[in-house]
Design a protein around this ligand. Structure first.
Ligand code: HEC
Ligand code: HEC
Ligand code: HEC
Ligand code: HEC
Ligand code: HEC
Ligand code: HEC
Length: 351
């Protein structure tokens, strides 16, 4: 205790001495006045952080309209985005699709899978939130599409966006006219659901015989988009629903908004559409009966039967499935579809 007090006392004395010294220092006379500074230039106004955002996020209701249409589309509601592994994820998930095309998702890698899979959505088709300007409405895919099962690379205009997914999947080995027999080992033999791009352009199907030609529908500018994304009928058809057929108080109707640019007689066109679809449905039914007789399919099922078949039979199974899954019953390419079906049936061996 004593020691401490002594130390504190010495410290206090030292402190007082220091203060005395400081207070002895006197202030000198004021120096000469400094030069008057020149005013600096005004700064440039900053850019409003949200100026470009409101080009899209405005009150025009456009974003809501497109979003509402999309929410009613099969893209949003189909539920098959759960097909999120390997190659399935390249068409069934948004991230797998973009990743496959920019090289960041390898569908052949062991156990390749997309976590938190999203169905096709705004970000799949548009560059949303890349530059945060309206430039982001640009489509993520454009130009010629390298289709599977063919060396052709057709350009669908804005429809190239669609053709990247709505095309036949690879078939190995693909039957060749007059070629080797084909051994079918799976009930799912064929090009899979959604081979619309092939049908529209008349490529990548089995094509026996001669006389093939495409309809004018093959070369419609922006193809799929012109017919499927025409002026919307509510949330039932057109626009971002992408449907063509809709229900009008119990009657099945077709959204003809996209057809009207070329077909001025809409009633005549609707009658021709109905006749065409009936004709194609009848040809498909004939083909199915023949495939059942040949043992390549069983009555009442579209599954293929495993076995070794002549290429004309395997090709007929492939065409039957592809033109059934196309689901336009000929409208995608009327001239071509009728020719393929007639030639396919004619090429089948007697049972
Ligand atoms: C090209 C048009 C466009 C521009 C420009 C744009 N956005 Fe968006 N934004 C969208 C779309 C489309 C969505 C997705 C809508 C949906 O999810 O249904 C979205 C969604 C959003 C969301 C909801 C959350 C999300 O990510 O889904 C926020 C928040 C947002 N944007 C903020 C902004 C901001 C901030 C800017 C500017 C810095 C901006 N956006 C610029 C089109 C745009
Ligand atoms: C990323 C791949 C992808 C792209 C791109 C894409 N689709 Fe699809 N589309 C699908 C899948 C997958 C389905 C089925 C969804 C499901 O069942 O979950 C589908 C379903 C549809 C359907 C509904 C069919 C039905 O069964 O009801 C239409 C119509 C359609 N797409 C048209 C288009 C059009 C037109 C475009 C281009 C503007 C397009 N799609 C672009 C993958 C895609
Ligand atoms: C090249 C793109 C592509 C690939 C790869 C792909 N699909 Fe699809 N799939 C589609 C499209 C497009 C549709 C929708 C077709 C339509 O509605 O006309 C579809 C539809 C489906 C459907 C719904 C059928 C129906 O009638 O509701 C199932 C189930 C399905 N695919 C499973 C798979 C599985 C499993 C794999 C992987 C083994 C796979 N898909 C790979 C494009 C693809
Ligand atoms: C399957 C692909 C696909 C999906 C998914 C999709 N779009 Fe689009 N969108 C397109 C195509 C193709 C066009 C061009 C249509 C045309 O040429 O008439 C387009 C056009 C637009 C336009 C007009 C752009 C412009 O330049 O003025 C807007 C706005 C838009 N889409 C919003 C959306 C929003 C919001 C979503 C998500 C809710 C969405 N889209 C999802 C394919 C798609
Ligand atoms: C870019 C122009 C164009 C558009 C868009 C268009 N068509 Fe056509 N369509 C034609 C022409 C030209 C023909 C006649 C020549 C041919 O088939 O090659 C035709 C022929 C047809 C045929 C008759 C086929 C036959 O068996 O003779 C039907 C049915 C048809 N169109 C339905 C439609 C429907 C439905 C739509 C809309 C969903 C549509 N078309 C959109 C140009 C168009
Ligand atoms: C000439 C106009 C036309 C063009 C071009 C066109 N489609 Fe279609 N599509 C139709 C018609 C008509 C149907 C049958 C609708 C019905 O009978 O209800 C159809 C049916 C479909 C279906 C079945 C689901 C539905 O809405 O009925 C899908 C999926 C589809 N088309 C996708 C495509 C894709 C992808 C492309 C481009 C590669 C394309 N279509 C080009 C007119 C067209």
């Amino acid at each position: 205790m004593k020691k401490m007090n002594k130390f504190m006392m010495m410290f206090a004395i030292a402190l007082m001495a220091a203060f005395t010294f400081v207070s002895c220092t006197k202030e000198g006379p004021a120096g000469p006045a400094g030069k008057d500074g020149v005013d600096g230039e005004n700064g440039i106004n900053g850019v409003d952080g949200t100026a470009t955002c409101v080009q899209c996020h405005d009150n025009s209701q456009t974003l809501f309209a497109k979003t509402n249409q999309w929410e009613h589309s099969t893209h949003a509601t189909g539920g098959n985005f759960e097909r999120n592994t390997g190659d399935c994820a390249t068409c069934h998930t948004s991230q797998g699709f973009l990743g496959f095309h920019n090289g960041t998702y390898d569908p052949t890698a062991e156990g390749a899978a997309i976590s938190n899979p999203n169905p096709p959505n705004c970000y799949t088709c548009h560059n949303i939130h890349s530059t945060y300007t309206t430039d982001d409405w640009a489509l993520t895919m454009s130009g010629p599409v390298t289709l599977y099962n063919t060396t052709e690379t057709p350009d669908f205009g804005n429809g190239s966006m669609c053709a990247n997914c709505h095309q036949g999947r690879p078939v190995e080995p693909f039957p060749a006219v007059g070629g080797a027999d084909i051994t079918i080992t799976s009930s799912r033999y064929g090009v899979h659901h959604g081979p619309q791009a092939n049908v529209v352009k008349g490529v990548g199907l089995f094509m026996p015989g001669t006389g093939y030609a495409n309809s004018a529908h093959s070369n419609i500018s922006n193809t799929c988009v012109t017919c499927h994304m025409a002026e919307a009928y509510g949330t039932q058809a057109g626009g971002h629903t992408m449907y063509l057929g809709y229900d009008y108080h119990g009657t099945a109707e077709l959204n003809t908004a996209g057809c009207a640019t070329c077909h001025s007689d809409i009633d005549g066109m609707l009658a021709a559409t109905e006749a065409l679809q009936e004709e194609v449905a009848a040809l498909l039914a004939d083909l199915k009966t023949r495939l059942d007789e040949l043992g390549a399919t069983n009555p009442g099922s579209d599954n293929s039967v495993s076995g070794t078949f002549a290429p004309e039979v395997a090709g007929a199974v492939l065409n039957y499935k592809a033109l059934t899954e196309d689901r336009s019953l000929g409208v995608h390419n009327p001239t071509y579809v009728k020719k393929v079906l007639n030639n396919t049936i004619a090429a089948l061996p007697a049972k």
